[in-house]
Ligand binder design. Structure first.
Ligand code: DGY
Length: 325
């Protein structure tokens, strides 16, 4: 029987799979206090963590017995993978199961921002709707336009597949060309600057790394079309929030929709939230009931494999299995 710490309540169906182990779950729907986490992790063999938990040297030193860390998310920018690998600890994550749900949300955000749905809702709720007006809240078309996708991983490809339904052309940028996606979707590779200039709408799906910090900065925004919509469905720090505020306020781009922000959560008095052409939602990309169950299940499967000494099936640091010793 292994000892497991789970840093947030997870779906009971997924939690049930850990029967037979001694599982302690932080019972509250908020991030587990750091001090308590470091205390609890001290005699744990496995940890099932969230993207709001920092897994760094301090965490790993406190959890000296840990055989596996399993994250209930695909992104692992909160985890020092090198530090885990150095200690021989495999890190599980949850790719694939959230791809389509997150791509759906990217499109929901794109349509909402480009067609000004939140402004329309506020208009109705504010009691301003007197009659049909041919000039009211005119937005930008999606159909027949060019979609730019920054980062062509699983989610980028799923976003690209949906573009056909809107008769859109797709240009994309990623570390290397993705020929399979090109064949499947007709997407065309473009240099980053060219993509920004050509796209009518830009969706950011790239992974967050030190190299992609503030990838969408003032210079990038200046290259975009004044009617363009920017969607960030990946990680907040990919976009410079102050540059975005200036660009939205001064008409450098048309609108933005952010599922993720810097900082996260974004304070209610943040300058971006005062702009009618900026839609912000609280990191809901994968937040469907079915997908969150699938993510929790995958996270538990990874954890159980690590505890059993088997290869973690969805491993974010596979080099942990090939290093010497
Ligand atoms: C992830 O999995 O990385 C998302 O951001 C949360 O679903």
């Amino acid at each position: 029987m292994a000892r497991v710490v789970v840093t947030r309540p997870i779906n009971p169906r997924a939690a049930g799979l850990m029967e037979g182990h001694e599982v302690w779950t932080w019972p509250e729907n908020r991030t587990m206090p750091r001090g308590l986490l470091l205390e609890r992790i001290a005699d744990a063999d496995g940890a099932l963590v969230m993207l709001t938990d920092r897994v760094d040297d301090e965490f790993l030193e406190a959890g000296g017995r840990l055989a596996v860390v399993s994250q209930m998310a695909v992104g692992v920018d909160n985890i020092d993978l090198d530090a885990c690998t150095r200690r021989g600890i495999p890190v599980g994550h949850t790719p694939d199961v959230l791809t389509e749900t997150t791509a759906d949300m990217a499109w929901a955000l794109l349509a909402a921002a480009a067609r000004r749905i939140p402004e329309g809702r506020d208009y109705v709720l504010g009691g301003h709707w007197q009659e049909w007006d041919p000039d009211l809240l005119l937005g930008s078309d999606l159909w027949g336009t060019t979609l730019g996708i920054v980062g062509m991983g699983r989610i980028g490809a799923a976003v690209a597949r949906r573009a056909a339904g809107f008769s859109m052309r797709v240009v994309y940028n990623s570390r290397s060309p993705k020929h399979e996606v090109e064949e499947e979707t007709g997407a065309v590779y473009a240099e980053f600057e060219e993509l920004l200039a050509r796209a009518d709408h830009v969706v950011v799906t790239a992974a967050y790394t030190p190299e992609t910090h503030h990838l969408i900065d003032r210079a990038a925004l200046a290259r975009m079309k004044p009617t363009a919509t920017l969607v960030n469905i990946a990680r907040g720090p990919l976009v410079d929030p102050h540059a975005l505020h200036r660009a939205l306020q001064s008409g450098v781009i048309g609108a933005a929709a952010l599922d993720v922000t810097e900082p996260e959560p974004i304070p209610a008095d943040h300058e971006l939230l005062s702009l009618p052409n900026c839609l912000v939602i609280p990191h809901l990309g994968s937040a469907s009931r079915g997908t969150r169950l699938a993510m929790a299940t995958r996270a538990v499967e990874n954890l159980l494999a690590g505890l059993a000494g088997s290869q973690v099936p969805w491993c974010a640091n596979p080099s942990v299995y090939s290093q010497d010793g």
